[in-house]
Design a protein around this ligand. Structure first.
Ligand code: CUA
Length: 359
């Protein structure tokens, strides 16, 4: 190898000439850019709190852990950067000084200090995290169980004690709720940002999470595991209500279930939303705005003319149980093929009849 073709370090080049890369203007520019970035970052950070207030008791415990970790990290950052800055100013190479620095062979007490302090911090954080984890996973006496089913691309909440099924999670204020979660297809993840709780939902096992709402309000339930074309719209909401409101909601859900078949239109509309058709197909009558699949407004009027020799009813029924038999142009074959298994024959009939009325 030819020695002369090797690049030489800029500050070793020449005899005392100021190399271009590190001249005073460049240094000043670097400092100004750095300072501007820090100020812009602080301004953006202060204007946009990246965590909303925790609305669950678990969230408060997690926030405490987060604040302490962030505080320790901030102190370490300032101390280390402080030493660095001090060393640059105090021990920087004076202009024209080309000599080597003095040889130094370790420093036992310094090494003990910079090993012991981080070790103590790590042990402290491990114990603290363990306590928080044990606390947020501990069952409290009268917890309420809700079974959560995730599927492409909807959430379903089932209350076994009252035999109620809903697209929204309603929980009473201050009561611990145990979520038993399962997926019918791929891996999803349950996340309520305001609760700070995030947990994978798997097809082959039941995962659990405990939540206790401590602030009345409505918060988003977000799927936070990429699960397919409709991942971004796989959302629901959790409503934290007072005990009385929760009881009214439970009663109205139970009553709705009994009354439903008596009013075919209302029942069809309820099925449409309960089976999560609404998350992909817009339908004005059901207040559905999904965009993944074709809009079903007017489906009853045009279904009969879609495939030659097939009645409107046959077409609608087939489109539900065998969604890929005929694809509406420009739409992807993403509708699950198991809708026939998800509902009873009576429910399928009711849904088909309901859609046929949409002319
Ligand atoms: Cu379900 Cu992403």
């Amino acid at each position: 190898m030819n020695q002369e073709s090797q690049p030489s370090f800029p500050h070793r080049a020449g005899h005392g000439a100021t190399p271009g890369l590190f001249d005073a203007t460049s240094k000043l520019a670097a400092i100004l850019i750095g300072a501007a970035a820090v100020i812009a970052g602080l301004a953006a950070g202060l204007r946009n709190p990246f965590l909303t207030d925790a609305a669950s008791s678990q969230g408060a415990a997690i926030d405490a852990l987060f604040s302490i970790t962030l505080g320790i990290a901030a102190v370490i950052f300032v101390v280390v950067q402080g030493f660095l800055l001090y060393s640059i100013i105090r021990f920087g190479q004076p202009a024209g000084d080309e000599t080597d620095g003095p040889p130094i062979r370790g420093n036992a007490s310094l090494e003990v200090i910079w090993t012991a302090i981080p070790a103590a911090i790590v042990v402290f954080l491990a114990l603290f995290s363990y306590r928080v984890l044990a606390d947020i996973e501990r069952p409290r006496g009268d917890e309420m169980i809700v079974e959560v089913t995730a599927r492409q691309y909807a959430w379903e909440f089932y209350y076994p004690t009252s035999d109620i099924q809903s697209n929204e999670l309603h929980i009473p204020l201050g009561r611990q709720v145990l979520l038993k979660m399962r997926s019918t297809d791929v891996i999803h993840a349950f996340w309520v940002p305001e609760f700070r709780i995030k947990k994978d939902v798997m097809p082959d096992r039941i995962t659990e999470a405990r939540i206790t709402g401590v602030q009345l309000g409505t918060y988003p339930v977000v799927c936070t595991e990429l699960c397919g074309a409709g991942h971004a719209v796989m959302r629901s909401q959790v409503v934290v209500q007072s005990d009385a409101e929760f009881r009214i909601w439970t009663a109205s859900q139970a009553a709705g279930k009994l009354r439903a078949p008596a009013d075919p239109l209302a029942y069809g509309r309820e099925l449409y939303n309960r089976l999560a058709c609404n998350s992909c197909h817009a339908l004005t009558d059901a207040a559905a705005v999904g965009q993944i699949g074709p809009s079903l407004d007017g489906i009853g009027g045009r279904a009969g003319a879609t495939v030659a020799g097939q009645s409107a009813e046959e077409y609608v029924r087939l489109a539900i149980v065998k969604p890929n038999a005929y694809l509406v142009p420009k739409y992807q074959p993403v509708m699950p093929g198991d809708y026939g298994l998800r509902m009873s024959d009576a429910e399928l009939d009711a849904l088909v009849q309901y859609l046929l009325t949409r002319k």
